[in-house]
Design a protein around this ligand. Structure first.
Ligand code: 4YB
Length: 464
């Protein structure tokens, strides 16, 4: 049974296990007591700079111990945090941020950007023995249900939306995962995905719920993994990792995968190298993982985690859970999610086959070619099964004869391989599925976030 906190989780663990290690960084290890003191001191410092309950702070930067501490201290003040990808295009932010009621910004990204006219909060390393007078900071009980995080999520059109979650929702999500996966107090989960994405937040809330260890490292993935037992990865990260780990022995015990289709060839390869994978399915609106199973050579994502309900309506996956976002934050209001009697309409195409759920693609990616329905993800799955392919996208373009036809954008190391792949596909696709062009996925399209944005790939194709 997992803890229900009566106090801030770090204060809870500081009293339960003061000298247990909480946080491992490049050059230090903090105990729960030390961590708790640092958070309180920083919260006090933010309060003195004017931060108050219910305000909103942009937290811009890559993962770092300072970024993590800042998030926790902002929450400690009863304020909301909006973690921001430092690579998020400026133009988009100019359109979006005025609608999000920002009060302060903390920018850990070294460089440019005078785009924010918001007052800055200074991150100051205070002396923990500094006299603390914290009675003006809120109690945990009073803020657990109130808005805590804003996580940007981009759809196929328009501006990104800011999904708003309470700490309660994050803990509910964490609880679901920890009922399935084994993450004990002595285990260490690497913060292997960014805090500006729900997958990084998921790591943080599981760590707080369990009172286990978290590693926040600045080295590359493979080096950062030394000594950790758990990590969350998107499939492309695990591919790259497995390519590099011929003979190295990893301490990694369990990897939670998600964010995109998880090929069984990937989890099989990982298993052959002694890495135990979990195949997960989740989304921002649900504060990360909804379904997960220990990878077993079959392509599904298993069953709903404890506390989650999943149903299929006209092939659409719909979900009900307490981890659901309160809504999308816009112009000072909470706009409702796309729900039907409390069920979130995901727009994901699903099926229930051989006793488990499968995620088959986005319903809004479907297009018609010569009267046939084409689901891009069906074709992508075939292309991805070629050993030289890391990922691929089928993008519909207008066609006089067929209405629309697909072109393929494929992540391969060299353009020459594309004709070989086209050849190899000849007996694997039906004619109406066959791409009319093959392009190589350019690296500029891979650099913006944790996933390649289909919308950006589409825009790129239209410019060819
Ligand atoms: C999928 C999919 C799947 C999502 N097959 N399409 O903690 C975790 O659960 C985690 C661990 C490792 C990596 C990622 C995660 C996540 O949270 C992922 C959550 C996520 O991707 N959220 S999102 O809002 O950016 O995108 C959600 C969409 O991603 C879904 O609606 C699906 O379309 C797609 N997706 N898992 C196929 N297993």
């Amino acid at each position: 049974e997992l803890t229900r906190f009566n106090d801030w989780p770090w204060q809870h663990w500081a009293s339960q296990q003061p000298s247990a290690i909480a946080l491992l960084t490049d050059d230090s290890a903090l105990t729960w007591l030390q961590l708790s003191e640092k958070i309180t001191a920083l919260a006090e410092c933010f309060y003195q700079q004017g931060l108050r309950n219910s305000q909103t702070v942009i937290l811009r930067g890559k993962n770092s111990p300072q970024l993590l501490l800042s998030q926790l201290a902002i929450l400690r003040c009863g304020a909301k945090v909006l973690p921001l990808n430092p690579r998020q295009p400026e133009l988009l932010l100019k359109d979006l941020l005025p609608h999000l009621d920002i009060d302060f910004v903390i920018d850990f990204d070294d460089g440019l950007l005078n785009l924010f006219s918001y007052p800055e909060l200074q991150f100051i390393e205070t002396n923990p023995s500094y006299p603390q007078q914290i009675s003006h900071l809120p109690c945990f009980d009073h803020v657990i249900e109130q808005p805590a995080t804003l996580i940007l999520t981009s759809g196929s059109t328009g501006l990104p939306k800011a999904a708003l979650h309470s700490m309660h929702a994050h803990f509910d999500s964490a609880n679901g995962v920890l009922q399935a996966m084994d993450y004990q107090m002595n285990d260490c989960w690497l913060l292997s995905l960014p805090l500006f994405h729900v997958s990084g937040q998921g790591i943080l809330w599981r760590w707080l719920l369990r009172g286990a260890k978290l590693a926040v490292k600045s080295a590359c993935l493979i080096e950062s993994l030394q000594g950790v037992s758990h990590a969350s990865l998107v499939p492309t990260q695990l591919w790259r990792l497995l390519e590099q780990t011929e003979s190295r022995s990893l301490t990694l015990k369990q990897v939670l995968l998600g964010g995109a289709t998880i090929p069984t060839s990937l989890t099989d390869l990982a298993a052959s190298k002694g890495i135990d994978c979990w195949s997960g399915y989740g989304m921002t609106e649900m504060a990360s993982t909804v379904c997960a199973k220990r990878a077993d050579g079959r392509k599904g994502v298993g069953q709903p985690l404890s506390g989650k309900q999943v149903r299929l309506v006209d092939n659409e996956i719909q979900i009900k859970s307490h981890s659901q976002a309160l809504g999308y934050w816009f112009d000072g209001k909470i706009k409702p999610l796309n729900t039907l009697e409390g069920w979130l309409k995901t727009n994901d195409k699903g099926a229930y086959i051989d006793g488990e759920y499968q995620v088959l693609g986005r319903l809004d990616n479907l297009f018609i070619s010569g009267g046939e329905c084409v689901q891009p993800e069906d074709i992508e799955a075939v292309i991805n099964s070629h050993p030289a392919v890391k990922q691929s996208f089928i993008i519909p373009i207008d066609d006089k004869e067929f209405g629309q036809r697909g072109v393929a954008v494929v992540d391969v190391s060299e353009t020459q391989i594309l004709s070989e792949i086209a050849d190899w596909l000849k007996d694997k696709l039906t004619p109406y599925q066959f791409p009319v062009h093959f392009y190589r996925l350019e690296s500029q399209l891979k650099s913006s976030g944790i996933k390649v944005s289909r919308k950006q790939v589409r825009d790129w194709v239209y410019n060819q």
